[in-house]
Design a protein around this ligand. Structure first.
Ligand code: NAP
Length: 365
């Protein structure tokens, strides 16, 4: 009999949900036993529900193909069929918030990709390498709601995960950041399926993604925040100004970053020191040897024309932040180009890493 933890995927038929299904296929700790999506897909075998829209370049895992898709709006259906769920739903924010709470109230922890609960004070917004200590708020969250086993933990927006680890590495090394200007070039898969129309995307760049700039500018403050009295207190900085664009790339978000250190001129790090900090950066997921943790969370490339989405997005199983073009900035202090895989590190595999951290820390016991 399988010793693996039984997991459900809400939104299993979507862009991120399909990634979860594929990435969990041979996972050493977790096994997909429950799939749910909208009432449009409910009642169909999974293979039928994703027929003609299976987007991953490999077969549907044999153990999931025959599972009957349930209606994700009915949390009671999941009881007894899985020990926790990944939430990859695309619905109204209030609906998702209510639904994730309903699963938690049924004793089913929710590891979410949705933005609905990112600003809930006692919900950790995890990048495990950066803010594993935010897990401390879960006890308060459970107490506050009267939840026994259930709780909610979320992931941040995919675009800022492109550069949050390098930022954290610098701050942790004693180089606080005052201001940043970020321009993102975001892949089409970030818009879900079917996403932006091909007519808008081919031979084009769309210089607006609804809500994205606000997320990019604010979420970093919670990620870098500290736990105080059972809640997360946001960091005071850095101040971020962003422009988010959609480009005709399938997977892999790129960000062009310029930043200014909050330090006197003679205390600012050299480019050599920065590169050393980045390449030696490791954290709790690496110490715990979590199955999805990259050995090298930050990879620095020296070619003048890298990183590139097609060439670099799969670095470290799609879990690395790949940086190139580190150089002085005429306006701020330094600038660089960063890349990460938006549906792996930025979504499903990042969610799996969150769940691995939660399991390793005993939250699913
Ligand atoms: N794509 C990315 O790179 C990315 C990155 C980070 C976070 N996210 C977040 O992850 C979530 C999923 O994104 P996605 O790109 O995978 O979206 P998607 O491709 O549009 O998939 C949405 C999923 O939600 C289900 N759904 C839609 N309406 C529903 C309803 N009324 N009731 C129950 N289920 C419903 C869909 O089921 P049907 O197939 O039956 O319609 C589908 O399974 C979103 O919250 C998104 O913001 C996405």
């Amino acid at each position: 009999m399988s010793e693996k933890i039984k997991v459900g995927v809400l939104g299993a038929t979507g862009m991120v949900g399909q990634r979860y299904i594929k990435l969990l296929e041979n996972h050493p700790w977790f096994e997909v036993t429950y799939v749910a999506a909208s009432p449009r897909s409910a009642g169909k075998p999974y293979s039928e529900a994703v027929k003609n829209r299976w987007l991953i370049g490999a077969d549907i895992p044999a153990n999931v193909a025959p599972l009957i898709v349930e209606d994700a709006n009915d949390e009671k259906k999941a009881v007894g069929k899985c020990q926790f769920v990944f939430s990859a739903l695309e619905m109204g924010k209030d609906e998702i918030k209510a639904l994730e709470a309903a699963y938690a109230a049924e004793g089913i922890p929710v590891v979410s990709n949705a933005s609905a609960n990112r600003w809930t004070e006692d919900v950790p917004m995890l990048v495990p390498e950066i803010n594993y200590s935010h897990l401390d708020v879960i006890a308060e969250q459970k107490k506050h709601h009267g939840w026994d086993k259930g709780f909610i933990a979320v992931k941040p927006n995919c675009s800022l995960q492109t550069y949050m680890m390098p930022i954290h590495a610098l701050i942790q090394a004693g180089y606080p950041i005052k201001r940043m200007i970020v321009t993102t070039l975001q892949a089409t898969s970030g818009a879900g399926y079917p996403g932006v129309s091909s007519f808008d995307m081919i031979d084009n760049i769309v210089p607006f993604i609804g809500g994205e700039e606000e997320k990019t500018e604010k979420e970093c403050l919670k990620i870098l925040g500290t736990v105080k009295d059972g809640k997360i207190e946001n960091a005071a900085g850095p101040l971020v100004s962003s422009t988010c664009t959609r480009v005709p790339v399938v997977d892999g978000h790129t960000a062009c970053v310029s930043l200014e250190f909050d330090l006197p001129e003679d205390k600012k790090p050299s480019l050599e020191e920065i590169e050393k900090i980045w390449t030696s950066y490791t954290s709790v997921p690496q110490e715990l040897k979590l199955p999805s943790a990259p050995e090298h969370p930050i990879v620095v490339r020296h070619e003048e024309n890298r990183p590139q989405p097609r060439r670099d997005r799969e670095t470290e199983k799609g879990m690395a932040c790949v940086i190139g073009r580190l150089r002085p900035c005429n306006v701020f202090d330094i600038k660089f180009v960063a890349l990460s895989h938006n549906t792996k590190r930025g979504a499903a595999l990042g969610g799996i890493l969150n769940a691995e951290l939660l399991k390793a820390k005993g939250f699913f016991n």
